[in-house]
Write a protein that binds this ligand. Structure first.
Ligand code: 3H9
Length: 682
């Protein structure tokens, strides 16, 4: 097998090139190749200095995340960095693209660093629940002190090359000709004859120990949310850089890295990173999208208005169609109000608002959509109404226009038939329940064409959303199960407040009752518990976000009476069903809601609604606010152990078999010793 690392002698300088697309991650083959290249170049008497560079879009963007959790293979990255640092000939790192994490650590182990002006460097490990584990916590503070090192490592955001140069992390920045500049620098160093100082022996960052110690203390005082378990250990390691000899500091960092790597949060965050990228690996990936510059939206309610706004914001022309003149005026006013509120908050300039508004047209006539390249229908969930709209669209839309429905629940195949354009019809459902959630569910039928999926995926990305491909309602089903479990706990004796508090304690962005108003509560509950649904629906929309005010959310209002009203309703339901009230603990709340998601997840997989478990996890993380650091319900099932999950579900099944019985897939996985993770592919 050819190595992803090659080197050549360029006038006495070894030019070492890493070539491992897409981002030159420091996987085993790259590490082994680099080690060999450094050994060979150092041993070669014709070589006076070394330049490490990378082909393609970037200097290494970090360690290879896909290797984490697997047995490590030598040479390990920290050892490779040490090897580079002790090289007896000067080593220059030439950085471009995104030199992140282990990539930056590799550069820090070199003796000199030069970067392209457009390069960005940083330590994003904290976003994976980790800390820089290849010497970064020991070398960076030696160059730039504790305050800036901590900012880079606990903030996780990369900085521009110019900023890195200003702080002393880099030694030079060039606008052009990076490799030539690095080779020239190497030649100068050789000519100069003075041996470069390895980073381990640099002390600029330790100049003021008191300032250094204050920065550590300040970092320790910061609140550390559970999704960032590494923050305190980063402060410990940066402190160790000052207090311990270099080798001991490295050992301290290594132990902290390994400890963090084994935490469930690191596993969850790693899973989230990979799952997010896996979303785009669909059967239609690689198909060219049709251009969409003009979007038609039918229905200016909550979903429709949100779509119009995000499409305008992305620079598209939009035609909004409503059923009549009055409805159109109301919808346009709704959009204008949101625009004005954005301007008042300073999130939109008046000029941009005017530009957006100029690209918006409104009409009460469907034929006005004849020029639109994609049309999204977002009217209420009524199959008859939607089928009528799609049949009209089949007649008026231009050939090749993508016809989409924002339906969360209905049969898209029936709409495709009504339109008479099955290859161009699909569901395009933006999930707007969580503000700025950024998820679009694409519902495809066996007859949906690849170009339609590619076009809808591209539009979702342009609107700033991730697209999850499904063959039917995915998130709606998952949320229905989650809500039904919570409603069951309500009837068993809990309260909206206790349930929401427990769910938020687990890490959900919102509780079940914060996320829904009473109508939503009734609708979702109606999937499984008509009694409660009817009771709540009869009261109508008496209060917004039942539990919201309890948490002092800005958009919520605390109206004790409304909550009392809900409690009274629940009590009446309890009595009607002859259910005793019992204490329900936080753990039970969290576990029940999770198990309901797991059970529904097995069904969603078994009937092939979702492509893979990690798509379900991602949909829940983005769309429902499931805690990212817990990795989603299907990973949670793997972590809890599938046998335990199956037994816990079996214990609940008699209460509501429809909700708690998993698909046979769960038993099959158990029988074959497999996990949900095994179904994710690469
Ligand atoms: C670390 O370094 C630990 C060390 O301190 C200590 C070790 C001992 N590994 O995001 P994109 C893939 S921890 C493997 O779509 P973009 C990604 O999966 C690491 N693969 O592109 C995707 O693959 P595919 C610290 C990686 O332009 C492709 O590259 N580093 C890695 O929007 C394109 O990715 C980080 O946390 C990786 N490290 O963004 C950086 N990185 O084509 C994580 C990317 O098969 N990476 N891939 O779907 C990023 O932030 C972004 O990917 C980056 C590019 C900004 C680089």
């Amino acid at each position: 097998m050819t190595s992803p690392v090659t080197w050549e002698n360029r006038d006495g300088i070894a030019l070492i090139t890493i070539d491992s697309p897409p981002v030159n991650a420091l996987g085993h083959a790259v590490r082994a190749g680099l080690w060999e290249a450094v050994e060979a170049a150092e041993a070669d008497p014709a070589v006076r200095a070394l330049v490490i560079t990378a082909a393609g879009r970037s200097f290494p963007a970090g360690a290879d995340i896909r290797e984490f959790g697997k047995p490590p293979q030598a040479p390990l990255l920290p050892d490779l960095c040490d090897r580079i640092e002790v090289c007896t000939k000067p080593v220059i790192a030439a950085l471009h693209g995104t030199a992140l994490g282990g990539g930056l650590e590799l550069a820090l182990a070199a003796h000199v660093r030069i970067a392209h002006a457009k390069a960005r460097v940083g330590f994003p490990e904290i976003n994976l629940g980790l800390l820089p584990g290849a010497g970064g916590t020991q070398r960076a503070p030696r160059l730039i002190g504790a305050e800036q090192a901590l900012q880079l490592m606990t903030g996780g955001r990369p900085v521009r090359a110019a900023d890195a140069l200003a702080m002393g992390l880099l030694d030079g920045v060039v606008e052009d000709g990076l490799t030539e500049a690095a080779l020239a620098l190497a030649a100068d160093l050789v000519a100069d004859g003075t041996a470069p100082v390895p980073t381990r022996d640099r002390t600029e960052g330790f100049r003021n120990p008191q300032v250094y110690a204050e920065a550590i203390a300040a970092a320790r005082r910061q609140p550390h949310p559970p999704e960032q378990p590494a923050a305190t250990r980063i402060a410990d390691c940066v402190e160790a850089a000052l207090l311990l000899p270099f080798e001991a500091g490295l050992a301290y960092e290594r132990a902290a890295f390994e400890e963090l790597q084994a935490t469930p949060a690191a596993r969850g965050l790693r899973h989230a990173f990979l799952s997010e990228r896996r979303l785009s690996k669909t059967p239609e990936a690689g198909t060219e999208a049709r251009p969409v510059e003009h979007l038609g939206v039918i229905g200016g309610g909550r979903t429709g208005a949100a779509l119009v706004l995000s499409a305008l914001s992305a620079g598209l022309r939009v035609t909004l169609v409503e059923r009549d003149h009055d409805a159109l005026i109301a919808a346009l006013e709704r959009i204008a109000d949101i625009h004005e509120a954005e301007v008042a908050r300073g999130r939109l300039t008046p000029e941009k608002r005017d530009e957006d508004w100029a690209r918006l047209a409104g009409s009460a006539e469907l034929p006005r959509l004849a020029e639109a390249e994609m049309i999204v229908e977002a009217v209420p969930e009524d199959l008859g109404l939607k089928a009528e709209i799609f049949s009209q669209l089949g007649r008026v839309a231009r050939p090749g226009a993508i016809l989409a429905s924002a339906t969360a629940a209905l049969d898209i195949a029936a709409l495709a038939t009504a339109a008479g354009r099955p290859a161009d019809t699909l569901a395009f459902r933006p999930w707007t329940e969580i503000p700025r959630s950024g998820l679009v569910e694409l519902g495809v039928t066996p007859r949906t064409g690849a170009e339609a999926v590619a076009t809808a995926t591209a539009l979702a990305a342009r609107l700033g959303h991730r697209a999850v491909r499904a063959t039917g309602p995915l998130l709606g089903r998952m949320m229905g199960a989650w809500a039904a479990a919570a409603d069951g706990l309500l009837l068993a004796g809990s309260t909206p407040l206790r349930i929401d508090t427990a769910l938020r304690g687990y890490g959900y962005r919102r509780g079940r009752y914060q996320a829904e108003d009473l109508i939503g509560l009734a609708t979702l509950s109606g999937l499984r518990r008509p009694g409660l649904a009817d009771g709540l629906a009869a009261r109508g929309r008496t209060g917004c976000a039942v539990g919201a005010g309890w948490f002092d959310w800005p958009e919520g209002t605390r109206r004790a009476q409304e909550n009392d009203e809900v409690l009274a309703l629940v009590e009446a339901e309890r009595q009607r069903h002859g259910l005793p009230s019992r204490p329900v603990g936080e753990e039970e709340i969290v576990l029940s809601c999770l198990l309901a998601l797991i059970a529904e997840g097995t069904r969603v997989l078994a009937d092939e609604t979702a492509l893979r478990p990690s798509d379900i996890d991602m949909a829940l993380m983005i769309g429902l606010g499931f805690p990212r650091w817990r990795g989603g319900p299907m990973l949670a099932a793997d972590m809890m152990g599938l046998l335990d999950a199956k037994n816990a579900l079996a214990a609940l099944a008699p209460e509501n078999p429809e909700l708690w019985t998993p698909a046979d897939l769960l038993a099959d996985l158990l029988k074959n010793g497999r996990s949900f993770e095994d179904l994710n592919g690469i």
